[in-house]
Design a protein around this ligand. Structure first.
Ligand code: ADP
Length: 605
C-alpha cells in the first residue's frame, strides 16, 4: 500500500509517498517560498521553479508537478496533516464535503493553519479524485485531556461560546514517540507514564499517562507553553495590555511579536536556529546564553510539573530537531532530576546519534528508575500508518453483538489483611448477591469511607478478597468526600490517594487505592475475536437505545476467559446517559495509536 502524505503550510508544501506497513519511502517533494519565489525539489534531484501565481494556484501547481512525477505509482490514499481539529475531531478522519466544511469552520481557532491545510486538501482531492483522503489532526491525540487540564479559569459562558479551551498540538508526534519509547522499553504505552518533549521550531511537552495525553503545554493555540523558535510560550497575559498601552502596539502587532519575533529569536537576537545559538553561547554571547537558560529552565519546570500531575514518570522522551540532536539541551533539561528517579548518563547523552536504523537512544544510567530517551519522530510515517489502518478496515462492516451495560455503584475491594482489621481476624465475606461477572459477589459487609470533607456509610464490599485494596467511587462521591482520585483501570492503584475506612471491628488507613474506575468492557477471548479487539484496547461505545443517544469514548477493553460480556460505567455516567436496566451499547471504533482497528458496525439490539 502507498500513502501520499501531504503537509500544506502557508509558504511551503511537503509531500512523501510512504508504505505504511514497511515505512519505506518513495518519492518525496519539498516546495518552499510559495508566496514569492516558489522552488519545488524532488527526492530524485529534479528542481522546478514555477512562477508564483498566488498561494492557492501555486499549491495546485506543486501538486500537479507531484502528480506528473507519480504517474505509474499506485497511490491508495492521501493523508493530510491538519493543525486544528477543535472539539470535533479526536482521530484520523476520512474527508468528505462535510469534513471539509468542519475544518473550514475551525479556521477561526487556527487562522494561520487550517485555511492553508484546507487549500492543500482541496487541490489534492481535485487532482487525486479516485482515492480516499484523510485528515490527521495535530490536536486529536490530546482530546483525552481531562477537563481540569483543558479548562482555563475564564468565565465559563465565554469559553463555551467561543470554544476557548486547551486543545494541544504536536499530537501525532507525541503519540508516535510515546509508542516508539514504549516498544524500545519492551512495554506498551498503556503501561507507562511518559513525559514527551517535542523540541523543534515549535516546542511542546505532553504528559502521557498510560497511553492517554493528560496534559500538554500548548493551549488553545500553539503559542502557549515552552519557549520556541520564534514564539514566546507562556507570558503573563497582563503584558499584552501593557504592550498595547505603553508601547502603543495594536493587537495584530502584539500577535506578530509573540508568534514571530519572540522565543529564541527574540532573546538571542541571532535568529531561531538552536545550533547557531548554542555555538554563540559557547563563544560567550550573553544573549544566546540567556536564551538557552530560559529555554531549558522552562522545560525543566514543565517536566517537574508533569511528573507531579501523573504522580510519577517512567520515561522522559526528547524529540524534534533539538531534542533529537542536541546533547547540550538534553543535558540541561535532564540534570538534577534525581528526585524523580531520573539519572542522566553523560557519556551516552553526548554520543547519542539517532538515525533511521537507531531511532531510540537511552541516555540514562542503568540504575535510573526513569528512562531518559532520545527518540526520532516521524510524523509523516505516523500519518501514513493512521491512513493505512483506516483503509484496511474500511470495508470491514461487521455485524457484532451488542453489549449489555451495567452501572456500578460505589464499592470497595479488600485484601484479607484489611478485612481482618475492619471485621475481625479471619473474617470471611458472606455473599449477599452474585454479580454478573462469574465468581464475583456483593457481600453483606459494608464499610464507612471517611474523606477530608465527609464520609459515606454503607459502601458495599465486593468479594472475593483481592491482593490490593481498591475503592471505586464516582466524581460526585469524590467531591462529597473531598478526595481527588484519578481515572484508573482496576488494579492500577499506585500513586493514588487513600482515605480512612471504618468497619465494625476497627479502622484502617488506606494509604492508596481510591480510584474513579475507567469505564470498561469485560469480555471473553472469543468476544474479543468477534469484535476485533485485544485486552486493554481503548474503544468507543454508542448507546442509542435510550432517550439520550450518547457515545462513550475511552472505554477500556478487559479480556479474560473468566469474564462475561458487559460494559461497566459508574453512577455519574449512568445518570448522564440515562441508562436503564437492559440497555445495550454498540462498539463503534477503537481509538488509540497501535490499536486503531476501525469497525463500522451495523447492529440490531
Ligand atoms: P520543525 O518544528 O520545523 O519540524 P525541527 O524539528 O526540524 O523543526 O527542529 C528545528 C530546530 O532543531 C532548529 O532550532 C534547529 O536549530 C534545531 N537543531 C537541529 N539540529 C540540531 C543540533 N545538532 N543541535 C541543536 N539544535 C539542532
Amino acid at each position: 500500500m502507498n500513502i501520499l502524505v501531504l503537509n500544506a503550510g502557508s509558504s511551503s508544501v511537503k509531500a512523501a509517498v510512504i508504505n505504511p506497513a514497511t515505512g519505506a519511502r518513495g518519492l518525496e517533494m519539498s516546495a518552499d517560498r510559495l508566496l514569492d519565489a516558489p522552488r519545488i525539489e524532488f527526492s530524485d534531484g529534479t528542481v522546478i521553479e514555477p512562477e508564483s501565481k498566488g498561494p492557492e494556484r501555486t499549491i495546485a501547481v506543486c501538486l500537479e508537478a507531484l502528480k506528473d512525477k507519480l504517474s505509474g505509482t499506485d497511490i491508495d490514499g492521501v493523508g493530510h496533516r491538519v493543525v486544528h481539529g477543535g472539539e470535533d475531531f479526536d482521530r484520523a478522519t476520512r474527508i468528505d464535503e462535510e469534513v471539509e466544511a468542519r475544518i473550514e469552520s475551525l479556521s477561526k481557532l487556527a487562522p494561520l493553519h487550517n485555511p492553508v491545510n484546507l487549500r492543500g486538501i482541496r487541490a489534492a482531492r481535485a487532482l487525486f479524485p479516485d482515492v480516499d483522503h484523510f485528515a490527521i489532526f495535530d490536536t486529536a491525540f490530546h482530546q483525552s485531556l481531562p477537563r481540569r487540564a483543558k479548562t482555563y479559569a475564564l468565565p465559563k459562558e465565554l469559553m463555551a461560546e467561543h470554544g476557548i479551551r486547551r486543545y494541544g498540538f504536536h499530537g501525532t508526534s507525541h503519540q508516535y514517540v510515546a509508542a516508539k519509547a514504549a516498544s524500545f522499553l519492551g512495554a506498551e504505552p498503556r503501561d507507562l507514564r511518559i513525559i514527551s518533549c517535542h523540541l523543534g521550531n515549535g516546542c511542546s511537552v505532553a504528559a502521557i499517562e498510560f497511553g492517554r495525553s493528560v496534559e500538554t503545554s500548548m493551549g488553545m493555540t500553539p503559542l502557549e507553553g515552552l519557549v520556541m523558535g520564534t514564539r514566546s510560550g507562556d507570558i503573563d497575559p497582563g503584558i499584552i495590555d501593557y504592550l498595547h498601552e505603553q508601547a502603543g502596539l495594536s493587537t495584530s502587532e502584539i500577535d506578530e511579536l509573540l508568534n514571530r519575533k519572540s522565543g529564541l529569536a527574540g532573546l538571542s537576537g541571532v535568529g531561531n536556529d538552536m545550533r547557531t545559538i548554542l555555538d554563540k553561547s559557547m563563544a560567550g554571547d550573553a544573549d544566546c546564553q540567556l536564551a538557552v537558560q530560559v529555554f531549558t529552565h522552562r522545560l525543566r519546570k514543565y517536566i517537574g510539573g508533569y511528573a507531579a500531575i501523573m504522580g510519577g514518570v517512567d520515561a522522559i522522551v526528547f524529540t524534534g530537531g533539538i531534542g533529537e540532536n542536541s546533547p547540550v539541551i538534553r543535558h540541561r533539561a535532564s540534570q538534577r532530576l534525581h528526585y524523580l528517579g531520573a539519572v542522566i548518563n553523560e557519556d551516552k547523552n553526548s554520543t547519542a546519534e539517532l538515525s533511521e536504523t537507531v531511532p531510540v537512544v537511552d541516555f540514562s544510567m542503568q540504575h535510573s528508575r526513569v528512562k531518559l530517551l532520545a527518540v526520532r519522530t516521524d510524523e509523516q510515517l505516523a500519518i501514513a500508518r493512521q491512513c493505512g489502518k483506516l483503509i484496511d478496515k474500511a470495508d470491514a462492516v461487521n455485524t457484532m453483538p451488542s453489549i449489555p451495560i451495567a452501572v456500578s455503584a460505589r464499592h470497595i475491594h479488600l485484601r484479607q489483611e484489611t478485612l481482618d482489621v475492619l471485621f475481625g481476624k479471619g473474617h470471611e465475606l458472606s455473599v449477599k448477591k452474585w454479580l454478573s461477572q462469574p465468581g464475583q459477589f456483593a457481600a453483606e459487609e459494608t464499610v464507612t469511607v471517611v474523606g477530608p470533607r465527609n464520609s459515606i456509610e454503607r459502601v458495599r464490599v465486593l468479594g472475593p478478597v483481592r491482593s490490593k485494596d481498591q475503592l471505586e467511587i464516582s466524581r460526585t462521591d469524590e467531591f462529597f468526600l473531598g478526595i481527588d482520585a484519578p481515572v484508573r483501570e482496576s488494579g492500577k492503584v499506585e500513586d493514588t490517594p487513600g482515605c480512612k475506612l471504618i468497619g465494625p471491628a476497627g479502622e484502617y488507613d488506606l494509604e492508596d487505592g481510591v480510584i474513579c474506575a475507567w469505564r470498561h468492557i469485560h469480555m471473553t477471548p472469543e468476544d474479543a475475536a468477534t469484535f476485533g479487539v485485544q485486552d486493554r484496547d481503548v474503544v468507543e461505545v454508542a448507546v442509542s437505545n435510550n432517550e439520550r443517544a450518547l457515545t462513550f469514548g475511552n472505554v477500556l477493553i478487559r479480556v479474560s476467559p473468566k469474564y462475561k460480556l458487559e460494559m461497566h460505567i459508574d453512577t455519574d455516567e449512568g445518570n448522564a446517559a440515562e441508562i436503564r436496566r437492559g440497555d445495550q451499547g454498540v462498539l463503534t471504533m477503537t481509538g488509540q495509536e497501535g490499536t486503531l482497528r476501525k469497525r463500522k458496525v451495523s447492529l440490531s439490539s
